[in-house]
Design a protein around this ligand. Structure first.
Ligand SMILES: [Zn+2]
Length: 359
């Protein structure tokens, strides 16, 4: 395996989340870049890697520049009320790790019978009546319409590099970070690995096959549309047989980092290695909100005590001006004490909204 990859790599596993990676041999002990809760432990290469011993065919390189990466991290830390102390851009940046996440690419020879409707654009002229001033005017209107024609046929074609998920979390990953552009991938070279974690697939090709089928069908439909020189295609149906499937991997670039919440638990944050899109669970800090509440409330209580003293002074001096001031201070003190509830409430609402996110 190591010769194929052109680099000396060792398989490692996180016993907390069961994610498996390849790392350059001799790397120091590393925290798992998925959960950041456990150090990675060595795996027996012969037993554990059996289904996926091959190097990737394509790699999408990390192309996000330093500035954009820093911007993404700053953006993430912003917009969180009472963000945890540990959530600061410098720390997030310092903890960044590079991870290649895999997906399958499958080639197959397809023999199929299909039927579909193909659509051709044409210009139609119609007339519209318009009442302007005191008379009717006829306006000529050109519009594009589609003429649909049925097609049936057979096709026998090889298709290459149709994507399929190699990870259980693939659809979640795409929802969080968006798509990865296969067209920008380059042929695998060991130099592309660097100090990057290579995540090993956790879905077998047999299991991922059904999710490759829509990709084959979309390619076939597009080819039929082109062959018919049509602008549109709809209701493409086929009965297809597949042969000679060949599976390969392609690796996509993701940065991963984390911050610690109030309880000291790591909260992972991911960044797309090309677009810079960032995603992670945003947690506001209850502890910081409570501190703010104590300051505001404490100030309110202090003001109340002052107001009482001022009230007594106003009484003994029979000063209506001082009495008025004391009343105003009491009102302000009550506003502050009530306002002390706001920070914890803001944090509670923010964290609840985050917890209700679909992911
Ligand atoms: Zn882990």
């Amino acid at each position: 395996m190591q010769q194929d990859w052109g680099a000396r790599l060792v398989p490692v596993v996180c016993e907390q989340c069961d994610w498996r990676y390849l790392l350059p041999a001799g790397s120091p002990a590393q925290l798992c870049p998925n959960c950041f809760q456990q150090e990675l432990a060595g795996l027996d290469p012969a037993g554990e890697l059996e289904p996926y011993p091959y190097p990737p065919e394509l790699v999408l390189p990390f192309t996000l520049d330093e500035d954009k990466l820093a911007q993404a991290v700053v953006q993430f830390a912003r917009n969180i009320p009472f963000a945890p102390k540990d959530l600061n851009p410098a720390l997030l940046k310092q903890r960044l790790r590079r991870v290649y996440v895999p997906a399958w690419l499958v080639d197959a020879q397809v023999t199929a019978q299909f039927q579909a409707e193909v659509g051709f654009d044409y210009q139609a002229v119609s007339h519209r009546e318009k009442y302007a001033g005191s008379s009717w005017q006829t306006q000529e209107v050109q519009e594009t319409r589609i003429r649909w024609e049925p097609r049936v046929g057979r096709l026998q074609r090889p298709y290459q590099n149709v994507p399929a998920p190699a990870l259980e979390v693939e659809s979640r990953l795409q929802r969080r970070l968006g798509e990865f552009d296969q067209a920008r991938a380059v042929a695998y070279e060991p130099v592309l690995l660097g100090q990057t974690f290579v995540h090993l697939p956790n879905r077998q090709p047999a299991d991922a096959w059904s999710e490759a089928l829509p990709g084959f069908q979309a390619r076939a439909a597009e080819e039929c549309r082109l062959a018919a020189e049509a602008q549109h295609i709809r209701d493409f149906r086929w009965s297809a047989a597949f042969a000679g499937q060949n599976w390969a991997q392609w690796l996509r670039p993701v940065y991963s980092t984390f911050y610690l919440d109030d309880e000291g638990r790591p909260r992972p944050v991911l960044v797309h290695g090309q677009s810079g899109r960032i995603d992670g669970e945003r947690r506001a800090s209850r502890r910081r909100a409570q501190t703010a509440a104590m300051w505001i409330g404490g100030f309110g209580v202090g003001l109340f005590v002052l107001a009482v003293l001022l009230g007594l002074a106003a009484y003994s001096l029979s000063s209506s001006l001082l009495a008025l001031l004391a009343v105003l201070m009491v009102v302000l003190a009550f506003v502050l004490v009530a306002g002390a509830l706001i920070p914890p409430l803001v944090v509670w609402r923010f964290n609840r909204r985050q917890a209700q996110r679909p992911d």
